[in-house]
Design a protein around this ligand. Structure first.
Ligand code: XMP
Length: 522
């Protein structure tokens, strides 16, 4: 089998694309997403990129992102000056605006005043970037220093009370800078500014549509895999499901999906995988029913990290056994997303690397990786999934940990305790859905602790488990807050769980944020 490398993602070849130079990760990602919302492909690149590297990538435009630092700070990030002489249009945003000014001979002053939050922008009527927009508008600012003198050749096109050069442009050289953040929704005409730059300055073709992505990926996958056989580990989560559906559209029966059912899934999930992939999509699906092996491996294990290790190892061993039974499989489909690629790639001077460590598969199992989602943000993955006909239940599914319910059962993981948690958890999800809260809550689930308490039901005393209800809001799982679920929803969950699940006699709501708690209990 061949050595591993990343293939199969829609190549940029057929799309006009814009480079977003990363001076601060969150800023760059948001800009990249806004560019794509304007239907132009965007790629995040490190700030160390050279003019030669830019030329090689042949973008139609370059956007310099904002960042948290000051251009006057010691060791402040700069940029290869030659990039501005390539004849490729540039838009500098916030820090990028200041870098543009400073590099080309303008002045960035430490004004001593700062602007954070909304500001009133007055724009010049002769400006290109703001053409067709009102002269007074609200923008979002976040800066200390400010450009006080633009470089030669630039005209000032907007100002705020604290930023005399809030925007500047040199139309001949197609260089533009804005001090405010057009990528932020609080900037009234932000998307218009970005779209003007893309369509009028860069002359971009707006072809980065979901149908366009699918068509391009399908061609790329077909070309990469040829007559070969690809296998895909399906978990039922969004990423592996969309990756499988996309690859299946490209190569049909040459794809074999492997669903390792460790018995730690939620109620009805395994059936849904069967219904969706075997019955609806008619995929080759190998459903490995390995509950017994996993429960045997987990018997008596209470340490959370040990549980994860055992499940991880068993998972790989099981997958490996199945894969070995498909001798002509050369390709392994992975649901790697763009944010994973960025994280491993743009830090400092590092080049974008592909992820070769396939969930710990042994070294002697070499596959070519097919990563059709490598260029996509999560919202694009969902849109592609919908377009491919995946059900909303999968496309909009809340995240679920790989080790499944095993890390939501504190202490011993037994078949009996799994059944209890599954029944209670299904009620939680059902009530959250009925209340219309499923989409706004990041994750909502039940946790079964290893304690029992006394209760009274009917005429009798009970001694049973409590269910811990956990529901959080979050943007990225790095931080989270407990969800302010209305009391009446909490009341319905509690009364249904206690009445319908005989082994539970109490429901407690976890009101901890992350940090200091975590989302999961183990
Ligand atoms: P914590 O509990 O660390 O969880 O706040 C953050 C996010 O990661 C998920 N999670 C996991 N996902 N394997 C996974 O695939 C794991 O072992 C695991 N542990 C936590 C968790 O559900 C949340 O979305």
């Amino acid at each position: 089998m061949a050595g591993s490398s990343a293939i199969g993602q829609a190549s940029h070849g057929d799309f006009d694309h814009v480079l977003v130079v990363d001076f601060g990760a969150q800023y760059a990602q948001l800009i990249a997403r806004r560019v794509r919302e304007s239907r132009v492909f965007s790629e995040i690149v490190p700030r160390s990129i050279t003019a030669d590297e830019v030329r090689e990538k042949a973008p139609i435009g370059i956007i310099l992102s904002g960042g948290p630092a000051s251009v006057h700070a010691e060791g402040a990030y700069g940029i290869d000056e030659d990039i501005f002489s390539l004849g490729i249009p540039v838009l500098g945003i916030c820090y990028g605006h200041q870098i543009l000014a400073q590099t080309l001979g303008g002045t960035v002053a430490s004004t001593g005043t700062s602007e954070f939050g909304p500001a009133e922008l007055t724009v010049s009527e002769t400006s290109g970037l703001f053409s067709g927009q009102p002269t007074d508008q609200q923008v979002w600012m976040s800066h200390n220093d400010a450009v006080s003198v633009p470089p030669d050749g630039f005209v000032v096109t907007a100002s705020t009370p604290d930023a005399p050069v809030a925007a500047m442009e040199d139309r001949d050289r197609k260089l533009y800078g804005v001090q405010f953040h057009p990528e932020v929704k609080h900037t009234e005409y932000g998307q218009e500014v970005i779209e003007y730059f893309l369509t009028k300055v860069c002359d971009a073709r707006t072809t980065w549509t979901h149908a366009g992505i699918i068509e391009q990926s399908v061609d790329a996958i077909r070309e990469a895999v040829g007559n070969g056989v690809a296998i895909c580990g399906l978990s039922g989560g969004v990423d592996s499901s969309v990756a499988a559906a996309l690859v299946h559209k490209a190569i049909g029966d040459q794809l074999v999906c492997v669903y390792v059912d460790h018995g730690l899934m939620r109620l009805g999930e395994s059936e849904q995988v069967e219904d969706t992939f075997r019955d609806h999509f008619k995929m080759n699906l190998i459903h490995v029913k390995a509950e017994d092996q996993f429960l045997e491996g987990l018997a008596g294990v209470t340490d959370p990290e040990k549980k994860r290790m055992i499940i991880g190892e068993l998972f790989i061993r099981t997958f490996e056994e199945v894969a070995a039974g498909i001798p002509d499989a050369d390709y392994l489909v992975q649901g790697t997303l763009y944010p994973d690629v960025i994280e491993s790639g743009t830090k400092d001077a590092a080049k974008i690397k592909s992820h070769h460590n396939v969930g710990g598969l042994p070294d002697d199992m070499k596959f070519e990786l097919v990563e059709p989602l490598r260029d996509l943000f999560k919202d694009e993955v969902r849109a592609v999934g919908s377009e491919l006909g995946l059900p909303d239940d999968i496309v909009w599914r809340q995240p679920f940990p790989g080790p499944g319910l095993a890390v939501r059962i504190i202490g011993d993981v037994t078949r009996e305790r799994l059944d209890i948690l599954r029944a209670a958890d299904a009620i939680v999800i059902d009530e959250i859905r009925k209340a219309g809260l499923y989409d706004e809550i990041w994750q909502a689930f039940g946790v079964l602790p290893a304690i029992k308490s006394v209760g009274v039901q009917g005429d009798g005393r009970t001694y049973a488990y409590p269910l811990i209800l956990r529901a959080v809001t979050s943007d990225d799982a790095m931080t989270a807050d407990w969800a302010r679920i209305p009391y009446d929803v909490l009341a319905s969950i509690s009364s249904r769980v206690i009445n319908e699940v005989p082994d539970i006699n109490r429901v407690a709501y976890d009101i901890s944020s992350k940090p200091p708690a975590t989302i999961e209990w183990e």
